[in-house]
Design a protein around this ligand. Sequence first.
Ligand SMILES: C[S@@+](CC[C@H](N)C(=O)[O-])C[C@H]1O[C@@H](n2cnc3c(N)ncnc32)[C@H](O)[C@@H]1O
Length: 268
Amino acid sequence: MEILNDLPEEELLALDGFLAFLGVYEDEGRLEAFARGLFRLGMTGGVVVEAGAGLGRLSEVILEIVQPDRLFLVEENPFALSVLRRRFGLRENVEIVPGLVEDFHPPEAVDLLVQELYGPLLYDESLAALERLPFRPGRIFPDRGFLKAQVVSFETLGEDVLDSATFRELSGALVSDLFPDFEAWGPQKTVLAWRALQGLERREMDLSDLPGDVVVFGVEVWDGEEKLCDPVICPNWPFVFTPRTGNRFDLSFSYLGGLSRTVFRWTG
Ligand SMILES: C[S@@+](CC[C@H](N)C(=O)[O-])C[C@H]1O[C@@H](n2cnc3c(N)ncnc32)[C@H](O)[C@@H]1O
């Protein structure tokens, strides 16, 4: 989706963010995986915060499975907030909180924080916000995530529009959804590991033992020892492709005021 006309910058940013997330809600695999995970968690009642409640689809799942005594839906996007107000404004145990979750000071101890702030490169959306919370929830769900990579040969992609020489011109760019038919997820390396309250760990990367000219990245969402999602189970997280022009690369992120930036470069 793309906004085709001029709008005031602030409105454009908010609307663009809102539209960017709409596809998330069509991913039934994601909702089912999160529902199964929440059920397995076995927590009921108590005070729950959903960090970034969006349109409230996961909020419905939380209400049904966890049945919290009090649920705070924290959301920074004004368009999503009006949806949440229409949907949950009259629910007695639900409170809608505008703003960033890292600025939220809950009035009582939080038993559970539910979040889905994973980007297609793991840390390129808002997971960093959870390292800046002014409160400490009893439990964060899901509590883990990985960015994994595999190297494949261009020929196996079955691509008939882009040839391999043209693809190589994209060197240095990380492109999501480029080969939509790709589904052969067989991760060979862990690039990043994230754990709630511990933060992000960047693993030493060396692809020299792997043949192939295309690097494919994919996010895996885990809770404890259970994998909830990968890009095949939950297509909300698309595969990300880049031409392989070396064996080592650097991938780093910055996050400020709800906005994140990603930097990628080959180093050797
Ligand atoms: C991927 S959507 C997930 C929505 C919902 N939790 C779900 O799983 O269906 C992420 C939502 O979090 C909001 N968000 C992102 N970072 C946030 C932050 N730091 N504080 C509050 N909301 C945030 C976005 O505006 C978006 O609506």
